[in-house]
Structures are given as C-alpha cells and as structure tokens.
Design a protein around this ligand. Structure first.
Ligand SMILES: [Zn+2]
Length: 246
C-alpha cells in the first residue's frame, strides 16, 4: 500500500507534462501561417479582369516575396502544360541583361506571368518597341515596366565612353541620360557610384518617354488607360525594386 503513493504522483506529473506539451503544440499551430497557396499561370479571364494598377500591385508583391525569401509555391511542369496552347501575361518588363537581375526571379513571377525583354542598359530599340506593342495590343498585357538597376555596367560604359564593336552603338542610346543628371554631381565618371545610379535612373525615364513618343499604338492605349507605364530601379545590394511614383 505504501509503495503505491509515489507511483501515483509519478503518473500525475507525467500526465501534466503531456498536457502541457499538447497545449504548447496547439498554440504553435494557431500562430503558424497557413500553407502557401499554389500559384497558377493567368488564364484569359484572369488577364482580362486585371487592371493596370492590379498588375503593378502584383509585381510589387512579387518583389516583396523575393526580398523576404518567401517565393510563392508553383508547379512548373504543370504550368508548362497549362500554357502550351496559349499565354495571357499581364505585364511586359524591359530590364537589363545583367546576370544579377533575373527579372522573373526578382519579381517572383512564373511561367506565363510576364513578357520579358532584356538588353544591356535596358535601352529601347524598334524591335523591343514592336515586342511591347505585341505584348499589349495583340496579347492583352496591362502594364509596361522599365526597370534599371544600381551599379550597371552598361551605364558605366556609356559614362566612360567605351568603344567596343557593336556595343558602341548601344551605349550611344544611354548618353542623353547623362545630361539629365544635375551638373553639381561630380565627378561624372564610372568611379562615382552616385552619378552612375542617377544616370541609370534618368535612363529609365528617358526610355519611358521614348516608348510614349515613338509608339502611337502604345500612346493611345496609355491615354485611354487601357495600359499603364511604370519605371523602377533594382538595388543589387538589397534585391528590392523601387518603383517610381506616378
Ligand atoms: Zn545593367
């Protein structure tokens, strides 16, 4: 009879311990976010229901997910199958060739989400302009985004007047952006990171202006608010895209 008492006490302590652990687990599962939903490529209906503002909001949200290291869950093989017979991207993005700015990745976009045009210094030419017209007028994209980046090699090349084969002509397109940077910012060489980044930003504004001026098709769509045009700068050191305010 006397040996039963410590055993009961032991059982009681064990039961209390189990109950505490159970309650702690319950509390943890309440605080845990629900499992991420599976993103799928936009359908024709999703694309036509989307507004230019909603398209921009999605690019911003995607970049926030990228910066937080929490990309949305996707199933690429299934997305390949789903988009094989048609595509309904909601935006067209012009960005630099730079390997550190893979645009779909930094905006957390998947197969079928955005049209992507990449060229050193995110400059504009007739073929890219034609591609944008295809994206918006023929394929229903709602937003044109031009995204430059910090510490851009193409901008540095233009600033330093680099001459190299076919690159020379490309860099010539960037040079007018240098004039848009206030004279007080010096030295005006690639050694001055502030100057380089300000030229890169001015270059984005220049390209935005050129899109409007050189494409009557896109200008009309912009004037009718069927599409929007936005610029932005990608920061190589943080992974963040700073979109320009309207
Ligand atoms: Zn670049």
């Amino acid at each position: 009879m006397k040996r039963k008492k410590p055993l009961n006490r032991f059982r009681l302590v064990a039961l209390l311990l189990i109950a505490t652990l159970f309650l702690a687990a319950e509390r943890q599962s309440v605080g845990r976010p629900p499992p991420a939903t599976l993103a799928t490529p936009p359908t024709k209906d999703v694309q036509s229901a989307m507004t230019p503002d909603a398209a921009l909001a999605e690019l911003k949200a995607g970049n926030a997910r990228f910066v937080a290291g929490k990309p949305i869950r996707r199933n690429p093989p299934a997305d390949v199958k789903a988009t094989a017979s048609g595509q309904y991207p909601y935006a067209v993005v012009l960005s630099c060739l730079d390997s550190r700015q893979p645009i779909e990745m930094v905006l957390d976009q998947g197969i079928g989400d955005i049209f992507s045009a990449r060229v050193a210094g995110n400059v504009l030419n007739d073929d890219i302009l034609g591609s944008m017209e295809f994206a918006c007028k023929a394929s229903g994209a709602k937003l044109i985004a031009v995204i430059g980046h910090s510490n851009c090699g193409a901008i540095k090349g233009a600033v330093d007047d680099v001459q190299l084969g076919n690159l020379t002509g490309l860099l010539t397109k960037i040079k007018p952006a240098m004039d848009a940077v206030p004279a007080g910012i010096s030295p005006r060489t690639s050694k001055n990171a502030t100057f380089v980044d300000q030229v890169a930003e001015a270059n984005v504004h220049l390209v935005m202006q050129q899109i409007r001026e050189r494409s009557p098709i896109l200008r009309e769509m912009l004037d009718q608010h069927k599409i929007a045009l936005v610029g932005g700068m990608y920061d190589l050191s943080t992974g963040q895209v700073h979109f320009f305010e309207k």
